[in-house]
Structures are given as structure tokens and as C-alpha cells.
Design a protein around this ligand. Structure first.
Ligand SMILES: Nc1ncnc2c1ncn2[C@@H]1O[C@H](COP(=O)(O)OP(=O)(O)OP(=O)(O)O)[C@@H](O)[C@H]1O
Length: 414
């Protein structure tokens, strides 16, 4: 049986073209793709056989031309990248959505595009299960800013190590009034104050942190970087966030942590007189002061994170989804929660949409129908349909490495 790839877009060919730096040829390929020509014409341009997704040849035309039109109409919606790139003021973009829909690919491709448009950019992963390194096909781990190779403009990546950040927080809290101080106060016969500490349930908080706490700490860590004068040159910060559940909890966490840390600080002041007698004996005042400063800094940063989430002049949350009923339903819930938290949202990326094709096999036909259901849900949802819809086609190989991300960025962020 003869086989032909069903996807109109081939990264295999694009990689080859980008390796020869033939952006004109890439533009020609993409032009043909966007005109809905099938893979045969793309193969002709690139003179390359596809070897990824394939299905039996079936030259049947579409049964339902409305479906094609509807997909095409969606693809005409542009991201409004000009607006995203225009200001030289620092902007934060947070990309989030259901697991596996393409958040990292979209975030990384946006960061590459910003960098290529003259914005020194940082792309940050706050997902404890990082995939930035995989997406860029480079080792970006280590919890510090790492330059991304393969671009002419400055792009740095940061994968926050939640374990290390949590440990820092735990140490600071324990030194400044957490369970370490509780034991200490107990041993000094100050049981009443120790009970007050117990009420804060700090031990519990630190030993079994609520989901999302890693993220909140991660973001506060990012603030540490972005506030530092050394990094003031960066004008675009793109966050690749964890799947929806984490993100939602994260949004309410700055308030929660601010309150918890606030309680700790208050208590710290109450304890000041009691500890002043002790400190001379133990000579640990300096350490406690350091820890206390650290906690105060964390609190200030949390307040900044909270403000940042809500400032539509500087921040935008971009929802990423795929055209399936499950993913769209989750996007609806995410948007509702973001609205409730007053987080600015303007754009919805619908990723992995089957590109138009002149011929159709049974599998593609079924898949396209299925995707139409998801797309219709978006169009009929009063809230989601108000967003700027951006379509990203399904490509036939994994999106990995800078050339592939550049290609994706040019498709999505237009
Ligand atoms: N438009 C696309 N066409 C083809 N493959 C894609 C597309 N977008 C993403 N992918 C692939 O899907 C997989 C998941 O993508 P990605 O890691 O970006 O998703 P994610 O939402 O960040 O996942 P997670 O929730 O696990 O962090 C990757 O292998 C990626 O290359």
C-alpha cells in the first residue's frame, strides 16, 4: 500500500532549510501551507520525503467544505505580535494550560521570537517537571540564568529548582520563628509563646508544602533575578508555568504566603524582647537577623508577585489549549479562575490543529471532525470566544531546538 504523510507541515524539511539559512524558501513553504496546499506540493518544494506521521493515500476531497473554511477562518486570526513586541517597557508573559498541550513549546517559541525582535529575554520554567532543556535541546538546568545558544540576540533560560528554593525558605523560616525557634523557646521555658508559634502550623506548612508553594517560591526567586540591576536589560520575561491546577493554586498563594509570613514577622517582633536576653548568651543574633531579613524580603517579593499578576500594563496570561473537549473545558475553567483573580488574559492559543489538506484519509477525517467539536466549543463559549484566538498547526515531528522553535514562533506569534 502506498503511504503519504498527512501533515502539511514538515519540520524535517524546515530544519534542512533553516540549516541552509534559506528563510525565503521557508517563507515559500509556509505560504503554501497557509494556502492549504497538500503535502505533495510541500514535498516538491523541499524535495524531501517525510518519514514521520503517515497514513494510507486517499485522495477523497473534503466531504464538508464548511469545516475547512472554519479551520481556515481560525487560522487567519493573528496573535497581534506587533503589539506584544512594540513597547520597550518590561513585560511579563505567563503561558499556562492543561498538561501536554504545548505550553513549553509556545513559551519557548515566544521567547525566541522576542529575542529575535531585539528584546533581551528570559524564559523561565516554574513547572517542577521542567521541559525547557528538552524543548531547546540544551542543558538549561542548574537553577540559574543560562544563555541559550543558537541565537544572535540575548536569550537566557532559567529552570527553577523547587527543592533548593524550598530548602532556602525552610531554613529562613526555622531560624526566624519556625519549629527551630519553637524548640528553642520551649527549652527556655517560654511555653506560651511557643504555643502561639504552634498555631501558625509552620512545621506542617514546610514539611508538607501545599501544591503550588514550589511555584510561588519559584516566582519569588525569579523576582530576585529580575529586580537585580544586573538584569535590568531584560525587557521580556516569559513564564512556562505548570499545568492548570498548580497555576490556579499559585495565583492565590502570594496572598496566603504574605499573610503567613506577616504572622511570622509579627511574632518575631513580639519575641524580640524575650530573645534579646537570650541572644547575648548564645551570640546568634546576626544569624537570626539575616534569616529575618530574608523572610522579610520574601514577603516583599510575594507582594510584588501579587501586584505583578494583576497589572494589565505589564503582565498577560496566555492560555494554551488544544481542540479537544477536555482541553477546552479546562481552558474555560482556567479563564474563569483567572478572571476571578483579576489576572489579565487576552489571548488563547489553540495548538496542534490539523492543517488543511486537499486530500483526506479516514483517520484524518475523523480527527478533524473531533477537532471541530473542540473548536466549536471555543467559538460558542461566551468568554473564550472573546479572546484573541491564535491557531498553531500540528506539525509532524517534535518541536525541539532553536530552529524548530523559531519556525513555530513564526507560525504562532504573527
Ligand atoms: N504544534 C505542535 N505540533 C506537533 N507537536 C507539538 C506541537 N506543540 C507541541 N508539540 C509537542 O507536544 C509535546 C508536548 O509539548 P510541550 O512540552 O510544549 O507541552 P506542555 O504543555 O509544556 O507539557 P507539560 O504539561 O508536560 O509541561 C512535545 O513533544 C512537543 O514537541
Amino acid at each position: 500500500m502506498a503511504y503519504r504523510c498527512f501533515s502539511s507541515v514538515s519540520l524535517v524539511s524546515i530544519r534542512r532549510l533553516s540549516a541552509t539559512n534559506s528563510s525565503m524558501a521557508m517563507a515559500a513553504v509556509f505560504h503554501r501551507i497557509s494556502k492549504g496546499q497538500n503535502c505533495t506540493s510541500l514535498c516538491t518544494i523541499t524535495n524531501r520525503r517525510f518519514n514521520s506521521i503517515s497514513c494510507p493515500i486517499n485522495t477523497k476531497p473534503f466531504k464538508n467544505p464548511i469545516q475547512v473554511r472554519s479551520l481556515a477562518a481560525l487560522s487567519e486570526a493573528a496573535a497581534g505580535f506587533d503589539e506584544m513586541v512594540s513597547s520597550t517597557q518590561r513585560k511579563y508573559y505567563m503561558l499556562g494550560g492543561k498538561g501536554g498541550v504545548g505550553k513549553t513549546s509556545c513559551a519557548a517559541s515566544l521567547a525566541v521570537k522576542f529575542a529575535n525582535h531585539g528584546h533581551p529575554t528570559i524564559v523561565v520554567s516554574t513547572d517542577p517537571a521542567h521541559s525547557l532543556s528538552d524543548s531547546f535541546a540544551q542543558d538549561l538546568s542548574g537553577g540559574t540564568l543560562v544563555p541559550v545558544e543558537g541565537l544572535d540576540s540575548p536569550l537566557f533560560a532559567l529552570e527553577i529548582n523547587p527543592e533548593i528554593s524550598r530548602e532556602e525558605f525552610r531554613t529562613a523560616s526555622q531560624k526566624s520563628g519556625g519549629s527551630g525557634v519553637k524548640d528553642f523557646m520551649d527549652s527556655m521555658g517560654l511555653g506560651m509563646l511557643a504555643d502561639q508559634l504552634g498555631e501558625l502550623k509552620l512545621g506542617e506548612l514546610l514539611d508538607t508544602p501545599p501544591p503550588g508553594m514550589d511555584e510561588a517560591i519559584a516566582i519569588s526567586k525569579v523576582m530576585q533575578f529580575v529586580e537585580s540591576p544586573e538584569y535590568s536589560m531584560f525587557t521580556r520575561i516569559v513564564f512556562d508555568t505548570a499545568p492548570t491546577g498548580h497555576t490556579l493554586r499559585l495565583l492565590s498563594l502570594p496572598d496566603f504566603l504574605d499573610a503567613s509570613i506577616g504572622k511570622m514577622m509579627k511574632l518575631k517582633k513580639k519575641l524580640a524582647s524575650a530573645t534579646s536576653a537570650i541572644k547575648s548568651v548564645f551570640g546568634k543574633e546576626e544569624t537570626r537577623q539575616d534569616a529575618s531579613d530574608k523572610l522579610e524580603q520574601l514577603r516583599e517579593r510575594m507582594a510584588k508577585v501579587r501586584d505583578l499578576f494583576h497589572n494589565s500594563n505589564t503582565t498577560e496570561f496566555v492560555i494554551v489549549t488544544i481542540p479537544t473537549v477536555m482541553a477546552v473545558s479546562e481552558s474555560t475553567r482556567l479563564l474563569a479562575s483567572l478572571k476571578k483573580e483579576h489576572v489579565p488574559v487576552q489571548r488563547l492559543v489553540v495548538n496542534q490543529v490539523l492543517p488543511p489538506s486537499a486530500s483526506e484519509c479516514k483517520f484524518c477525517e475523523m480527527k478533524r471532525k473531533d477537532q471541530m467539536r473542540g473548536l466549536n466549543m471555543i467559538q460558542n463559549d461566551p468568554e473564550l470566544s472573546r479572546l484573541r484566538l491564535i491557531q498553531a498547526p500540528l506539525v509532524d515531528v517534535e518541536i525541539r531546538g532553536v530552529p524548530a522553535l523559531k519556525f513555530m514562533g513564526d507560525m504562532v506569534w504573527r
